[in-house]
Design a protein around this ligand. Structure first.
Ligand SMILES: Cc1cc2nc3c(=O)[nH]c(=O)nc-3n(C[C@H](O)[C@H](O)[C@H](O)COP(=O)(O)OP(=O)(O)OC[C@H]3O[C@@H](n4cnc5c(N)ncnc54)[C@H](O)[C@@H]3O)c2cc1C
Ligand code: FES
Ligand code: FES
Length: 1285
């Protein structure tokens, strides 16, 4: 039993805890137990590792940890999430961050080089995380990984910009199988051929350049891998080795402290764990901290004593026995995968079916970074109702060994272990016995067995009537109440029957083999159990390169790409805090609509590190703000109108202390009735003032009455909102100068000018005294156009009043909760058409959910109305629109700006000119072989009862211009220096879309100098005033034109000098001009001509031109689960003569995948009538754990993008076209392909009538639309899954 360790004994062993970071030894001081590794790294200046979510869901914080395993005597290299790793849990280990992989000064690592060259970074915020995941994989692989390994390892990294294809391509080259391909001597390649990063094979993608230069694929960067058991794989001699000190060093017990009295113990024996637990009965055991970290950081749980048991040998044992496995509770999931694979390989299949099932399940368990740290015991003891593993332990009759503090051990069957919601019976778990048993289900607030069904099945023959009997009982065995947490009750019930059916078929197949399976059920039913194989993503890109001058038209890589892949690119949070800085945290409303009765801030004021608290009464200027109408209070004074509305702000010495203090403010409310949906708003006539709009063409009523229409249908369509999920959350750093006479800020925003305006407004300062700068942002997508300005204004108050720098960073959950989203829409339509499909009349009424302030909801609605016809010519149209006032946070711009929610003269009077739509449509229809694809799909559907495929082809037309005419203006400042370099500043913001790269190309071509001679440092309101937000896709058009104007002015001034002498270089010319006192700086300006729209008449020309495109998609759905995959997507776009086709392809791919999220994956769940299990007005889906943006697994398997050739656009700079938003809508091809597949599924049960499918078509909607015997017990024929709209 051993003796209790005294506090002193423990403390005596805490001498010099250390950590190596990028080869540098660092002593870890005591007092940091509250810190995560990420916080520590960023505090010591290693800001390449990013904070994207703080909950292990995005991978932006990925680093590699290496330690020496004393058992295997080998080094282990693992990718982990630094945001969840407690600092002291890494004691004695080596951390490599992106800075330790390579940098521009000493050379990039091949991974970094490849990603940069392959256009794999746009905003770059996710990029270091991808580099580190790939780096850890290579470093730990003795053999080059397979393509599948690579994609599997990247599943824990999210990217919101690129659509993943270029990242997969960049890394695919490391999965080579044939080294000969990579060396010029042996490859037999001619000089004109390259190993293409896109395919990993020789190609000639550098050859389709019409002009002089070829692009270079970076095939020569790959060198053979050498592998050393200690250091891992090495590509270059610059690779950081494993620190020799750590090879010899023995781990010691640790007892360290953190803030708020936190104690951190690292015992190295089980007995010590029990001793500490006896001393501190409430002490929390922790291994990977992937659950405890979420509880403490996001749910504000406080555990004063943490016992890190990851290094306790007894808890790390894996014993393989004849009749099962004994697994220590601290064993990591990635370790278990290895063991189960070994056991499965070594034993007969009938002995290891459980092992294989667990392996299969673990494939879908989180990302590699989580699996590398998360323990089996942690998963079991969390007792999550949605645990992926606990039902398997029950099904396999696992047993858990549980020890009390005295070391008494008892054994408990898994089935008896889970007592209730996150409640278990516990202290230690060391064994699991895997024996197969064929029934399990998880459908409650904790994992339980379906006992009645189990009893029925016992002793029965596995025949069809058993299936029917079991289903009947199982249906009643399901105990899900109407408002069960998690919702989707009908779906979950149907799933249980569906899974049982799958299970039934699987057992038939396993027991008797295919032959007798066919006797029992038709062969087409095999589709229910066919394992799904995810092939590696393949992309192709086809475009012409039309060079204009030295740079325009070339597929140059993003100018920041090399900075991004090395982590050297600075974002707002990476800027060092000035001395005396404070952190701000928001005091937020907890009610959707209420009167504020009282605010008690006494406790906050005595909170550690507190420096100030501010409310409405403290705002020195005007506290009413808004981009169009000033209808939003900076701090709610009397009434709150949504959950998450800002009531006040607290500042303190650290981010955590500020949050603690804010949480201590107690607000007393008197609740008022809340409007929590569009339908509520319509019923209670709750609309934003003056937002009613109408557009008409022809006579809709007459057409309906005329009898011309063969069919007239009416209905409604509901489209859910979408979270921007930019990887970098909102952040502002703001400070005063000259005692508050001036205010400066650095912000992550698409609209620095709006920040300047809002801040000057609330402070009562002149705009000329307020400056906002933005170097780059980690994604915006419309979400940082207006909402970011509001939060900058909030941060300005304490900064100004205290005369101290203040940083306001929104944590991911707060950002998602309070900054607004894409509007949800409700459309009520009546449409008349002929039997051959011609639409004759459309009467449409659309409502968007504006939330509690108007923000940009009116222009969003207007654009939706403009785009309601998509590309179709409808002779009679009436479109009415209204913006609903609801008690949700104000919704805002999002890529597409209303366009997606939704040849001749359009319904608002604009004449279509130079349409390329027909060309695009015909080219796509031919290239995708639509008719052939249709035949193949029909064939597949005929032979597969439970899997269905569908296809769709969709065109789009997107109007380019801000619909508010005055915003279509742009300014730029161009400065030529005597060394021949050019500094460009313009009003647009670089948010990953490559704007600065394209604009620099324009400047380079104008002066006929290399692109490398042009530099764009940042966007700043003191260089270019009154800039419109970087939005509406028009930025490269208007800023490119403004820069061109400035360059041409300078060129004209240089011209006399240039024509008089011959200069060897542009530098010589610039210097000569300087000597002649010629002004080498110019302000350029551009305003978009010939546009204007009058809402009084409903007629005009709102758009300069249209960008056209079309997409084809093929999907496969599992009709029993609603799971789907996009097998293929082909997109063709008309981008005129592209300024940079590689960047434009990146925009198309990124927008398409983001659109795919909108149409099929991303569902916002609000506390409303549809989701009564969520508190009213609250957002349930406020992090990557609950809100699923597309991951690498969701990318179309085959993804082809082509740009229309020979189609110059004379309405924009260098005959190009705008690209940012237009492709987004094309992902609706996936939506309609899903609907096509569902139609095929419904036909199997003879349901052939039209049906509504709301957006997004999530697995729930897909499954429930595929009506069959497993859904029917739970739904009526008009059932529609719930959606927050
Ligand atoms: C991004 C992300 C993705 C995830 N994905 C999935 C998923 O796909 N499927 C799924 O099922 N889960 C998922 N989880 C939850 C995850 O399984 C658990 O978080 C993980 O297995 C817990 O292991 P841990 O070592 O990190 O636990 P910790 O956070 O260290 O501990 C969790 C709990 O277990 C207790 N505990 C740990 N060890 C012992 C022990 N030996 N004896 C007694 N109590 C102990 C702790 O006290 C604590 O209460 C995910 C979590 C995150 C953050
Ligand atoms: S910040 Fe760590 S996973 Fe998102
Ligand atoms: S480049 Fe990946 S999130 Fe922006």
């Amino acid at each position: 039993m051993g003796s209790l360790m005294t506090e002193n004994e423990m403390d005596s062993e805490t001498k010099e805890p250390i950590l190596y970071v990028n080869g540098v030894r660092r002593v870890l001081p005591d007092g940091l137990a509250h810190l995560t590794l990420l916080e520590y790294l960023r505090d010591i200046g290693l800001t390449g590792t990013k904070l994207g979510c703080g909950e292990g869901g995005c991978g932006a914080c990925t680093v590699m940890v290496s330690y020496f395993d004393q058992n295997s005597k080998k080094c282990v290299h693992l990718a982990i999430n630094a945001c969840l790793a407690p600092l002291y849990s890494l004691e004695g280990m080596h951390i490599i961050t992106v800075e330790g992989v390579g940098n521009r000064r000493y050379g990039l690592h091949p991974i970094q080089e490849s990603l940069a060259q392959s256009h794999g970074s746009q905003c770059g915020f996710c990029t270091p995380g991808f580099i580190m995941s790939m780096y850890a994989l290579l470093r730990s692989s003795q053999k080059p990984p397979t393509k599948e390994d690579i994609e599997e390892n990247l599943a824990g990294n999210l990217c919101r910009c690129t659509g993943y294809r270029p990242i997969v391509d960049a890394f695919r080259v490391f999965a080579r199988t044939n080294d000969a391909l990579y060396t010029n001597e042996s490859s037999g390649l001619s000089n004109s051929e390259f190993v293409c990063p896109s395919t990993g094979k020789p190609c000639s993608c550098g050859l389709n350049i019409k002009d002089d230069k070829k692009t270079t694929c970076n095939g020569d960067i790959m060198k053979p891998i050498s592998y050393n058991a200690i250091d891992g794989a090495a590509y270059t001699d610059k690779e950081l080795i494993f620190p020799p000190e750590l090879l010899l060093r023995k781990l010691t017990n640790l007892c360290l402290n953190g803030s708020n009295g936190l104690k951190w113990y690292r015992p190295l024996k089980l007995q010590h764990v029990l001793d500490i637990k006896a001393r501190y009965p409430d002490a929390k055991l922790v291994v990977g901290n992937t659950e405890v970290g979420i509880e403490t950081r996001l749910k504000n749980f406080h555990y004063p004593v943490l016992i890190h048991v990851a290094h306790v040998p007894e808890l790390n044992q894996i014993i393989i026995k004849d009749d099962g496995l004994e697994i220590g509770a601290a064993v990591k999931l990635s370790e278990i995968v290895k063991v189960l694979k070994t056991v499965s390989d070594q034993r007969a299949p009938f002995q290891t079916s459980s092992c294989r099932s667990i392996l299969e399940q673990l494939k879908w368990f989180a990302g590699a970074q989580i699996r590398n740290v998360a323990s089996i015991g942690g998963n079991i003891c969390t007792a999550s109702p949605i645990s992926d593993l606990n039902p398997l332990w029950m099904a396999t009759r696992a047993k858990f060994q549980i020890s009390d503090c005295k070391g008494n051990i008892r054994t408990c069957a898994a089935e008896k272990f889970f007592l209730g919601y996150r409640k278990v019976d516990l202290a230690r778990i060391i064994s699991g016995w895997f024996v197969m048993r064929p029934l399990f289900t998880g459908r409650c607030s904790y994992s339980v067995s379906a006992n009645e069904t189990k009893a029925f099945l016992m002793g029965k023959h596995w025949k069809k009537d058993v299936l029917q009997g079991a289903l009947r009982i199982l249906e009643k065995d399901i105990l899900l109440k109407e408002n069960a947490p998690g919702g989707m009750v009908e779906f979950r019930k149907s799933l249980i029957l569906s899974f049982f059916f799958k299970f039934f078929l699987w057992v038939c197949h396993q027991m008797d083999g295919l032959a007798s399976f066919e006797d029992k059920v038709p062969k087409s039913h095999l589709s229910a159990i066919k394992a799904f194989h995810h092939p590696s993503v393949i992309g192709s890109q086809d475009y012409d390169i039309v060079k204009r001058g030295s740079a325009v038209g070339a597929p140059e890589v993003h100018l920041s790409s090399r900075l991004q892949v090395t982590g050297e690119a600075e974002y707002t949070d990476d800027v060092p805090m000035p001395p005396n800085s404070l952190h701000a945290a928001l005091i937020l409303s907890k009610k959707p609509h209420a009167r504020i009765i009282a605010i008690d801030d006494v406790a906050a004021k005595s909170s550690p590190g507190f420096a100030g608290i501010f409310f409405a009464k403290n705002v020195p200027g005007d506290r009413w703000v808004g981009p169009i109408v000033a209808d939003e209070e900076l701090f709610a004074s009397e009434i709150v109108t949504c959950v998450g509305q800002v009531i006040g702000v607290v500042v303190a010495d650290t981010h955590e202390n500020a949050k603690h203090a804010a949480r201590k403010v107690h607000v007393q409310y008197e609740e008022l009735p809340a409007v929590l949906s569009i339908n509520d708003a319509i019923k209670s006539n709750s609309f934003h003032p003056n937002t009613e709009r109408c557009l008409t063409k022809g006579d809709v009523d007459l057409c309906f009455l005329s009898g011309q229409c063969d069919k007239i249908i009416e209905g409604d369509v509901r489209v859910g909102g979408q979270e921007h999920f930019y990887l970098e959350p909102n952040i502002t750093l703001i400070w005063t100068i000259d005692g508050g006479n001036e205010v400066h800020m650095i912000s992550s925003t698409q609209a620095p000018q709006k920040h300047q305006k809002y801040v000057s407004h609330v402070l009562g300062l002149l705009m000329s005294k307020v400056v906002c700068k933005t170097k780059r942002i980690g994604g915006g997508f419309g979400g940082k156009e207006t909402r970011s300005a509001f939060f900058a204004a909030v941060a300005a108050i304490p900064s100004y009043l205290l005369n101290r720098p203040v940083k306001l960073t929104l944590d991911r959950d707060i950002d998602m909760m309070v900054t607004g989203q894409r509007h949800s829409f409700l459309g009520k339509y009546k449409v008349g058409f002929t039997n051959d499909g011609k639409v004759l009349a459309l009467d449409l009424e659309i409502f968007n959910n504006g939330g509690n302030s108007l923000d940009l909801s009116l222009p969003v609605l207007e654009r939706a109305m403009f785009h309601s016809d998509n590309v179709y010519e409808i002779p009679n149209i009436r479109i009415k629109g209204k913006v609903c006032f609801t008690n949700f946070p104000s919704n805002t711009a999002f890529r597409g700006f209303g366009g997606p929610q939704e040849g001749s003269v359009l319904h608002y009077g604009q004449q279509i000119e130079h349409s390329t739509l027909e060309r695009l449509w015909n080219e796509l229809k031919t290239s995708c072989d639509f008719l052939g694809a249709r035949k193949e799909v029909e064939e597949f559907n005929l032979n597969n009862r439970w899997k269905k495929r569908g296809i769709a082809i969709i065109p789009t037309k997107f109007g380019i211009s801000f619909t508010a005419k005055f915003m279509n203006q742009a300014g730029a400042l161009v400065q030529v220096y005597t060394d021949g370099t050019v500094l460009v500043t313009h009003g647009g913001v670089e948010m990953g879309q490559g704007l600065h790269t394209k604009v620099a190309q324009v400047a380079a071509s104008c002066f006929d100098i290399p692109l490398s001679s042009v530099f764009i440092s940042e966007t700043s309101t003191d260089k270019v005033p009154n800039a419109s937000p970087t939005a509406a896709s028009a930025s490269s058009d208007i800023y490119g034109a403004a820069v061109l104007d400035a360059c041409q002015q300078i060129k004209a001034r240089m011209e006399p000098m240039a024509s008089k002498h011959s200069f060897g270089s542009f530098a010589e010319l610039a210097n000569a001009c300087y000597m002649e006192r010629i002004d080498l700086s110019a302000h350029g300006f551009y305003k978009t001509p010939d546009i204007g729209f009058d809402w009084e008449t409903g007629k005009g020309v709102p758009f300069r031109y249209f960008t056209y495109g079309a997409a084809f998609a093929e999907v496969e759905i599992d009709t029993l689960t609603g799971d789907f995959h996009t097998r293929r997507a082909d997109v063709i776009f008309d981008l005129g003569f592209s300024l940079n086709p590689a960047i434009d392809v990146g925009q198309i791919e990124g927008a398409f995948v983001q659109g795919l999220g909108w149409v099929a994956l991303e569902e916002l769940k609000w506390g409303d009538a549809a989701h009564k299990w969520v508190p009213p007005g609250c957002l349930y889906t406020c992090g990557p754990g609950t809100y699923k943006i597309p991951s690498i697994n969701d990318v179309p398997f085959k993804f082809s993008v082509s740009l229309l050739k020979d189609a110059p656009n004379d309405k924009a700079i260098h005959s190009s076209k705008a690209v940012g938003e237009p492709p987004f809508f094309l992902a609706s091809a996936v939506f309609f392909a899903i609907k096509d597949a569902i139609i095929a599924a419904r036909a199997e049960t003879n349901v052939t009538d039209w049906f509504p499918l709301d957006n997004p078509a999530t697995p729930e909607r897909i499954r429930m639309a595929c009506i069959d015997e497993f859904t029917k017990p739970f739904i009526d024929s008009d059932y529609r899954p719930k959606l927050s709209v």
